[in-house]
Design a protein. Structure first.
Length: 163
């Protein structure tokens, strides 16, 4: 069990599009195992490679019964709308309300390199969008209006200083 250090805002890796995952080997399996350990330790529901400092299109999640590894994820379709709180382990879990699609289908490769499609609703659907965004160098605060984005960053910086 290896818990990796979580990369935090404003580290530049969080703003870069990840490289595609091309090798589906024991190394990738070990990496995703570390990612799950790191995510559970931080009490998160999803973790992208960017969040442990790697510029790779890869994430793991375990959210409302949807547990998976997604390499090279793409959003296939979205439907509906949900409004709810969202936070990010890389920004100290400071929450902000963000409207997202309610139902989301992703297409990605598993640990063996097999492509699969998976649909999720509600919080798990939100997680698909949040983690796929990470793989593309986008943070959830990038979707917020400027003032609310600055509020999240301000609170995060304040908590860091106190921590
Ligand atoms: Zn995040």
């Amino acid at each position: 069990m290896t818990i990796r250090k979580i990369t935090e805002y404003p580290n530049e890796v969080l703003g870069k599009t990840g490289e595609p995952v091309t090798k589906f080997d024991a190394e990738l399996e070990a990496l995703t195992s570390d990612m799950f350990d790191t995510m559970y330790d931080a009490e998160g529901v999803g973790l992208a490679a960017q969040q442990i400092g790697l510029s790779l299109r890869l994430f793991v999640m375990d959210c409302e019964g949807v547990k998976l590894v997604a390499a090279n994820p793409e959003i296939v379709s979205t439907a509906g709308e949900q409004s709810g709180q969202e936070g990010c382990l890389s920004i100290g879990k400071v929450p902000a309300v963000l409207t997202r699609a309610e139902k989301v289908t992703i297409r990605a490769q598993d640990l063996k390199g097999e492509w699969f499609e998976r649909e999720a609703e509600g919080y798990a659907g939100r997680c698909f969008l949040h983690e796929t965004d990470h793989c593309n160098g986008t943070l959830f605060i990038d979707h917020l209006p400027k003032m609310r984005r600055e509020m999240v960053i301000k609170r995060f910086k304040k908590e860091k200083k106190w921590g």
